[in-house]
Ligand binder design. Structure first.
Ligand code: IPM
Ligand code: MG
Length: 368
C-alpha cells in the first residue's frame, strides 16, 4: 500500500523553525518505527505572497485537497501588515479551512504537571487540567455575508455578519458529542443566546442533536462571557466545550494560557471523511508566527510537535504512536528542559528550538 501523504506548509515567522523539529520527528518515525509518509512541501501566507502574489496558490490548494493530511506552521508578519486585506497571509489559512471544509477544530488545553507552577493561575486551579475546545471553523462571523467597509451618508461603516445554518451547528455539535464519548462524556456549549439570534439557534440545535442522538452525554449550556469567566475561575469543571468560530478563537487563546504557554498548544481541524475513510484534516499549532522571535532559535516547537501527534491519532489511526510523542514531551518537560517561553527571567538557561526537538527525539528513542 502507498505511504500516507503529508503536505507541509511551514509558512512564515517561526513556522519553518518549529516545523524543522517536526520533520526530524517524522524522520525518526520512518527510521525507528517503520511509520513512513510521503512528505511534500509548499508555501502558505506571506512567503507564498512574496513568490506568487497570493497567500495560497491554486496549485497548493489542489495539493492540500489531495493529501491525507496537511501540517501547517504559522502565517503572517509585520512585513505584510499593509497588504490589501484580500491577500493578507491569514487569507491563505482561511481559504484552506473553508475550501477543505474543516468545520471541526479541536483545541486541547492540557496542563503538563511540570508546568503547573508556570501558569499565571494558581497551581491547584490548573494542575491536571485536560480539556478540549471544539471550535466551529468554517462559518459564523468569519465568513458571513454581507461583509465589508461601506459608505453610508458621509461616514464609513464596517460590517461583518454572524450567520449559522442548522446543519452547520448540527455537524460541529455531533463532532463534540462523539469526542465527549471518548473522554468524560460531558459537553458544555457556549454562545450568547441572550443577545444573538444565531446564539438562540445554536443552543436549540445543540440541544436537539443531544436529545435525539446523544442522550447519554451530559450537556450544559453557558453564555460565552460567563464561560470565559468560569474558564479562569475553575477550568477543571469542563471537559469538552463546543462553541462558534469567533468565541472559539478567543476562548482557546485563554485556555492556552491556563497551560502555561501558547507555545504548547496543538490543534486539529477536521472535515468530512474522504474516499479512503480518513477525514479531511489540517494540523497546526494554536500560536502564531511570532515575528518578534523569528530567526532567534527561541521558539518552542512543542505545539507543532503535538499537532503532528494529533495527526497520528486522528488521520492515521496511530493513537499509540501519538501517545508515545505526548509522553516524550511530558518526559522532557519533567526533566526540566525549557524553551524561553516556559521560563521566568531568573530560571536559568533556556534551550533552543532545535535542542528542544532533539530532547524530544532522545525521549522517543528511550521509549522503544
Ligand atoms: C487562530 C488564529 C486565526 C484565526 C488567524 C491567524 C486567522 O487566530 O487560528 O486562532 O483567527 O482563526
Ligand atoms: Mg486565534
Amino acid at each position: 500500500m502507498a505511504n500516507p501523504s503529508l503536505l507541509i506548509l511551514a509558512g512564515d515567522g517561526i513556522g519553518p523553525e518549529v516545523m524543522a523539529e517536526v520533520k526530524k520527528i517524522i524522520g525518526w518515525f520512518g527510521a525507528r518505527r517503520g511509520v513512513t509518509f510521503d512528505v511534500s512541501e509548499d508555501l502558505v501566507g506571506g512567503c507564498a505572497y512574496d513568490k506568487h502574489g497570493t497567500p495560497l496558490h491554486d496549485d497548493t490548494m489542489a495539493k492540500a485537497q489531495a493529501v491525507d493530511a496537511v501540517l501547517l506552521g504559522a502565517v503572517g508578519g509585520p512585513k505584510y501588515d499593509t497588504l490589501d486585506f484580500s491577500v493578507k497571509p491569514e487569507r491563505g489559512l482561511l481559504r484552506l479551512r473553508k475550501e477543505m471544509d474543516l468545520f471541526s477544530n479541536l483545541r486541547p488545553a492540557q496542563c503538563f504537571d511540570a508546568l503547573a507552577d508556570f501558569s499565571s493561575l494558581k497551581k491547584e486551579v490548573v494542575a491536571g487540567l485536560d480539556i478540549v475546545i471544539v471550535r466551529e471553523l468554517t462559518s459564523g462571523v468569519y465568513f458571513g455575508e454581507p461583509r465589508g467597509i461601506f459608505t453610508e451618508g458621509n461616514e464609513r461603516v464596517g460590517i461583518n455578519t454572524q450567520r449559522y445554518t442548522e446543519s452547520e451547528i448540527a455537524r460541529v455539535a455531533r463532532s463534540a458529542f462523539e469526542l465527549a464519548r471518548k473522554r468524560s462524556n460531558k459537553v458544555c456549549s457556549m454562545e450568547k443566546a441572550n443577545v444573538m439570534e444565531s446564539g438562540i439557534l445554536w443552543r436549540e440545535v445543540v440541544q436537539e442533536i443531544h436529545d435525539k442522538e446523544y442522550p447519554d452525554v451530559a450537556l450544559s449550556h453557558m453564555y460565552a462571557d460567563a464561560g470565559a469567566m468560569q474558564l479562569c475561575r475553575w477550568p477543571k469543571q469542563f471537559d469538552v466545550i463546543v462553541t462558534d468560530n469567533l468565541f472559539g478563537d478567543l476562548l482557546s487563546d485563554m485556555a492556552a494560557m491556563l497551560t502555561g504557554s501558547l507555545g504548547m498548544l496543538p490543534s486539529a481541524s477536521l472535515g468530512l471523511p474522504m474516499a479512503n475513510g480518513r477525514p479531511k484534516a489540517l494540523y497546526e499549532p494554536v500560536h502564531g508566527s511570532a515575528p518578534d522571535i523569528a530567526g532567534t532559535g527561541k521558539a518552542n516547537p512543542i505545539a507543532c510537535i503535538l499537532s503532528f501527534a494529533m495527526a497520528l491519532r486522528y488521520s492515521f489511526d496511530l493513537g499509540d504512536e501519538a501517545t508515545r510523542v505526548e509522553k516524550a514531551v511530558e518526559k522532557v518537560l519533567a526533566d526540566g528542559v525549557r524553551t524561553a517561553d516556559l521560563m521566568g527571567p531568573e530560571d536559568g538557561k533556556a534551550v533552543s528550538t532545535s535542542q528542544m526537538g532533539d530532547a524530544v527525539i532522545a525521549a522517543l528513542q528511550a521509549s522503544v
